[in-house]
Unconditional design. Structure first.
Length: 127
């Protein structure tokens, strides 16, 4: 039964983008201070946009964050953002798999790899 669940999860992950006309699903959060908690919202990116996670720095201090969709040509750019009288340096990092802007430590690709490895191990009797 567990094997079937792993295979089903893998198929959903692989087929989901095609079911949604290949538009990428990403998480959205507005520009917020790092310590402010915000429940992420799932959003569907327009064609030719990627997921992004932005980091806003004030000097050496990482102070702001944001997530969402962004045109491919803006990926990797560094912009100045004035917010409440303070100028921050915003860096936009992009990724191209569903929900890949969820967090810094674990993204959808690493989750897919982990699920695939566990599925293979279960099917071959290694676990």
């Amino acid at each position: 039964m567990l094997q079937l669940l792993h295979v089903a999860l893998l198929l959903v992950y692989l087929l989901l983008p095609s079911l949604l006309c290949d538009n990428l699903l990403c998480y959205y959060s507005p520009i917020l201070q790092k310590e402010v908690k915000f429940e992420l919202i799932v959003t569907e990116c327009p064609p030719d946009e990627l997921c992004f996670k932005a980091d806003g720095r004030y000097g050496n201090h990482s102070a702001l964050s944001a997530r969402g969709c962004i045109p491919k040509k803006k990926c990797g750019l560094v912009n100045s953002l004035s917010l409440r009288g303070t100028v921050y340096t915003m860096t936009f990092g992009c990724c191209d798999s569903p929900y890949c802007n969820s967090c810094t430590g674990l993204n959808a690709k690493s989750l897919l790899i982990a699920v695939t490895l566990v599925t293979v191990a279960v099917m071959t009797g290694s676990l």
